[in-house]
Design a protein around this ligand. Structure first.
Ligand code: GLC
Length: 741
C-alpha cells in the first residue's frame, strides 16, 4: 500500500511541477515572440471612461491601442458584456494576449457589505473572509479578474478619509484582517471562477500621511516601518496576494512608486514576492510633482528600476520605456521580469485558455441575484455594529411599541449606506438597497405606528425641519434618530480637519432631547467622529458606520434584539482633533499622567483628558460578561517555550451574546521603550445566558519579539505584564511572567 501511495505522490508532484513548468515554458515562449513595444504594452493600464477613480487623461485611441497590443490591462470596465467587448479587441492583436480587468471591489460588487472599517469592528475573521468571498464571486461572474483590495494601511488619524477603507489602528488586528480578506478574494487557488486576484494596497505607509491630509508626505522611523506598517502587507503576502499596489506618498522623502528599498529589497527581495506591483493611479508620473523626477522619462526610469511593474494611467511607461531601453539606460531584462510577472497571472487565471471565461452573462445574472449573498451581507452588517451606550436599557426596542418616530437625514437614504468605495453599477437601480426606514418597516409589528421626519440636512444649517421633528417625537413612545456625515465625506481625497457631526444635527439632537422621550441615536460615518455633547448627554448610542445594501435590515435586527450587538471599535475615538494621532498602544513617556486629573509636570493636556472618548476594542452588548480565574501555565518562560494563559468568561445577563476577549501584553523594560500595551490575541466567543467558557491564549516568543536595528525581530529577557479584557481600557484580569534567555 505504502509503495502505491508514494508512486502516486511522485506522479502527482511531477505533474504539478510539469504543469508549473509548462506555464513558465509558455511564458518564455511567448516572451520570445514579443517585440519591445508589445512588452511595454503589457505594463500599461488604462481606465474605462464610464467609471473614473482618479484624474482622467482623455485618450480616444484606447480601443485601437488594445488591438495593437499596447495595453495589458483595463480598470473600471465591468460587466460580462462590456468586458467581453474589450477582450475581443485584445484578441485582434498580433499575439492575442488577453487583457486583465481590474476594479475596486472594496467591500462588495452588487451586494455591498459594510465599509471595511465597519467590518473590522466585527473582529470576526470568518465574517470578513465571507464578505470578500461574496465580493469575489459576484465580480468574477461579471468579467472582473482582479480587485484592488484589500487596503491594509494602518491609520491612527481619523482626519484621513481613507480610514474607512482599512482595518483601523492596530497592526495585529489589521494583519489578521488582511489575511482573511486575501483568502476571501482569492480562495485557495487562482483561476477558479469564484475568485479574483487580490491587491494589497497601498504599499507603503499611506495611512501615515502627515496631518491626516490625503496623499501627504510620511516621516516614519525604521521601527514604525517594521512594527506598524509592514506587517499587514506581509500577512497579505502570506495569504498569497497575487498583486500589490504602491502608494502615492513619499516615505521619508522617496515616493513609494520609485522606492527601490521597499519594492525591490523588501517585497521582491527579502519577502520573495512573485506577483506583480501596479502603481496607484498616475503615481509614476506624479513623481514629477513630488520633485523627485524631472520628467516622466525620469519617472519611468525610477519606477521600473524600483520594481513598479504596471503603470496605471500615467503614460510614463508607454511613452518612455522603449526609449530608455534603446538608450541602454534600462536593461530589457527589467522589462522582461515585469512582463513575465504579469503574464504568469494571466496564465494562472486561465485567460490564455479562454479569454472570455469570466465574462459570462448567465453566471452573472445568477450570482448577482443570489439570496445567499444578501443573507451574508445582513449577517456581516449586524456583526459590524458597535453599541456605544445603552444606559437606561432603552435597547432592544419592543416590536410591539405603539409608536416609533424615526427621525434624521439618514433614515430614508439608500445608496448612502454603501459608503464611498462602492461599485457604481449603472444598469442596476438601488431598490435592492434596504434603507434604514425600510428595515424598520419590515421589522415592527402591524400594530406599531411608524412616524418619520427628516429634521434637518446633513451639512446645511437650516433648522426649518426641527419643529416637525419635535412634533413627531412628541407623538411617539420612543425616538430613533439617525445622524452622521455624508458618505462622500470619507474615502479618497476626503480628509476633514474637523471631524464633528456636520451641519445642525447636534442641535437637532438637543431639541429632541427636550421632549423627554427615550431616544436612540444612530451615528453613520466612515471614520471615528467627535460628538462629545451627544456622547455625554444621550444615553443610547449605536455606531452604524456605513453598513451596505442590507443596512436597514441589520440595524433593525440589532435595535429589536434579533441580533445582540457584538462590535468592538477598531480605532480610538478622539475627544478632540487636538489629540490626534491618538492610539491605545502608545509609549509610557518619562512622565506618564497617573490619572485624568494629573496635570503637574506630566505628559498631559491642560485643557483635555489624554484618554479617547471611546477606546480601541470597546463595544457593549445587551448582556454582560464576567471575567475570572486567570491561570498562567508558568511564571517563567524561556524563548523556545510557550506559555498558556486562560480566563473564564461568563455570560451574566439574560440574553445570549458574543464577546471579543482581548489579550494585551506589555514588555516592561527593554533596550528600546515599548508600548504600554499591545494587542497580541483575541477570541470572539458566543455564550448563552449563564454559560461560561474558558478562553486560552498561547504566548510564544513571536508575540514577545520586536524590531531590532539588525532588521531582525527578537525578544529580550525580562518581565511582561499580561492583560485580558473587554477593551484596551477595560482590563478585567492581570498577570505577569518572566522571559528568560
Ligand atoms: C485610486 C486609489 C486606489 C484605487 C485606484 C484605482 O486613486 O488610490 O486605491 O485602487 O485609484 O481606482
Amino acid at each position: 500500500m505504502k509503495k502505491r501511495i508514494s508512486l502516486l505522490f511522485l506522479l502527482l508532484s511531477v505533474s504539478g511541477i510539469s504543469q508549473q513548468k509548462s506555464i513558465d515554458q509558455k511564458i518564455n515562449e511567448l516572451l520570445a515572440k514579443m517585440t519591445l513595444e508589445e512588452k511595454v504594452g503589457q505594463l500599461n493600464q488604462y481606465t474605462g471612461d464610464n467609471t473614473v477613480t482618479g484624474p482622467l487623461t482623455i485618450n480616444p485611441n484606447k480601443k485601437e491601442e488594445i488591438k495593437a497590443g499596447k495595453i495589458g490591462s483595463m480598470l473600471n470596465i465591468l460587466g460580462s458584456e462590456y468586458t467581453r467587448q474589450y477582450q475581443e479587441l485584445a484578441m485582434q492583436s498580433r499575439l492575442k494576449i488577453p487583457l486583465l480587468f481590474g476594479l475596486d471591489v472594496i467591500h462588495g460588487y452588487k451586494t455591498t457589505f459594510p465599509i471595511p472599517l465597519a467590518e473590522a469592528a466585527s473582529w470576526d475573521m470568518a465574517a470578513i473572509e465571507l464578505s470578500a468571498r461574496v465580493a469575489a464571486r459576484e465580480s468574477a461572474a461579471s468579467g472582473i479578474h482582479w480587485t484592488f483590495a484589500p487596503m491594509v494601511d494602518i491609520a491612527r488619524d481619523p482626519r484621513w478619509g481613507r480610514v474607512m477603507e482599512g482595518a483601523g489602528e492596530d497592526t495585529y488586528l489589521g494583519s489578521k484582517i488582511a489575511y482573511a480578506r486575501v483568502k476571501g478574494f482569492q480562495g485557495n487557488k487562482l483561476g477558479d471562477l469564484n475568485s479574483v486576484m487580490a491587491c494589497a494596497k497601498h504599499f507603503l505607509a499611506y495611512g501615515a500621511a502627515i496631518g491626516g491630509r490625503d496623499y501627504n508626505s510620511t516621516d516614519i522611523s525604521e521601527r514604525a516601518l517594521w512594527e506598524t506598517y509592514l506587517p499587514p502587507f506581509k500577512a497579505a503576502l502570506d495569504a498569497g496576494a497575487a498583486t500589490f499596489m504602491n502608494s502615492f506618498n513619499d516615505i521619508n522623502g522617496i515616493p513609494a512608486t520609485g522606492n527601490r528599498r521597499i519594492q525591490r529589497d523588501i517585497l521582491k527581495g527579502k519577502w520573495n514576492f512573485q506577483g506583480f506591483v501596479v502603481s496607484d493611479w498616475g503615481s509614476i508620473g506624479e513623481m514629477v510633482n513630488h520633485g523627485y523626477s524631472q520628467d516622466k522619462k525620469a519617472a519611468a526610469y525610477s519606477a521600473i528600476t524600483a520594481g513598479s511593474d504596471m503603470d496605471m494611467e500615467s503614460n510614463s511607461y508607454r511613452y518612455n520605456l522603449e526609449q530608455l531601453v534603446k538608450e541602454g539606460k534600462v536593461s530589457e531584462s527589467l522589462i522582461d521580469d515585469a512582463v513575465k510577472r504579469i503574464l504568469r497571472k494571466k496564465f494562472e487565471l486561465g485567460l490564455f485558455d479562454d479569454p472570455y471565461r469570466y465574462s459570462d452573462a448567465k453566471r452573472q445574472q445568477k450570482e448577482l441575484n443570489n439570496p445567499e449573498n444578501t443573507k451574508a451581507a445582513r449577517e456581516v452588517a449586524a456583526k459590524s455594529i458597535v453599541l456605544l451606550k445603552n444606559e437606561k436599557n432603552v435597547l432592544p426596542l419592543s416590536k410591539d411599541a405603539k409608536t416609533i418616530a424615526f427621525i434624521g437625514p439618514m433614515v430614508k437614504l439608500k445608496r448612502a449606506n454603501h459608503g464611498f468605495w462602492a461599485v457604481d453599477l449603472k444598469d442596476v437601480d438601488s431598490t435592492y438597497i434596504v434603507s434604514q426606514w425600510e428595515g424598520m418597516q419590515r421589522k415592527v409589528g402591524k400594530n406599531t405606528r411608524l412616524l418619520y421626519a427628516k429634521g434637518c440636512g446633513i451639512t446645511d444649517t437650516s433648522k426649518a425641519g426641527f419643529k416637525e421633528a419635535v412634533d413627531v417625537a412628541n407623538q411617539a413612545d420612543v425616538v430613533v434618530l439617525s445622524v452622521g456625515e455624508r458618505p462622500d465625506m470619507s474615502g479618497e481625497a476626503k480628509s476633514r480637519s474637523t471631524i464633528n457631526l456636520p451641519g445642525v444635527q447636534e442641535d437637532l439632537i438637543k431639541e429632541l432631547q427636550k421632549t423627554g422621550k427615550p431616544i436612540v441615536v444612530l451615528v453613520n460615518a466612515g471614520r471615528p467622529l467627535v460628538f462629545n455633547w451627544t456622547a455625554d448627554n444621550m444615553p443610547t448610542i449605536v455606531y452604524t458606520w456605513w453598513l451596505g445594501s442590507e443596512a436597514g435590515n441589520a440595524i433593525a435586527d440589532v435595535l429589536f434584539g434579533d441580533y445582540n450587538p457584538s462590535g468592538k471599535l477598531p480605532m480610538s475615538f478622539p475627544r478632540a482633533e487636538g489629540q490626534i494621532p491618538i492610539y491605545y498602544n502608545h509609549m509610557s513617556t518619562g512622565r506618564p499622567a497617573k490619572n485624568e486629573d494629573d496635570k503637574m509636570y506630566v505628559s498631559a493636556y491642560i485643557d483635555l483628558q489624554n484618554s479617547p472618548k471611546f477606546p480601541f476594542g470597546y463595544g457593549l452588548s445587551y448582556t454582560s460578561f464576567k471575567y475570572s480565574d486567570m491561570v498562567m501555565s508558568k511564571s517563567k518562560m524561556s524563548k523556545n517555550e510557550t506559555l498558556e494563559v486562560s480566563v473564564t468568561v461568563a455570560n451574566t445577563g439574560k440574553v445570549a451574546g458574543e464577546e471579543v476577549v482581548q489579550l494585551y501584553l506589555r514588555d516592561k523594560f527593554a533596550s528600546v521603550v515599548r508600548p504600554v500595551k499591545e494587542l497580541k490575541g483575541f477570541q470572539k466567543i458566543k455564550l448563552a445566558p449563564g454559560e461560561s467558557k474558558t478562553v486560552a491564549f498561547v504566548i510564544d516568543n513571536e508575540k514577545l519579539s520586536f524590531y531590532h536595528e539588525d532588521l531582525e525581530f527578537k525578544s529580550e529577557a525580562g518581565e511582561f505584564d499580561v492583560m485580558i479584557g473587554s477593551s484596551s481600557e477595560d482590563i478585567r484580569c492581570k498577570g505577569g511572567f518572566e522571559l528568560i534567555d
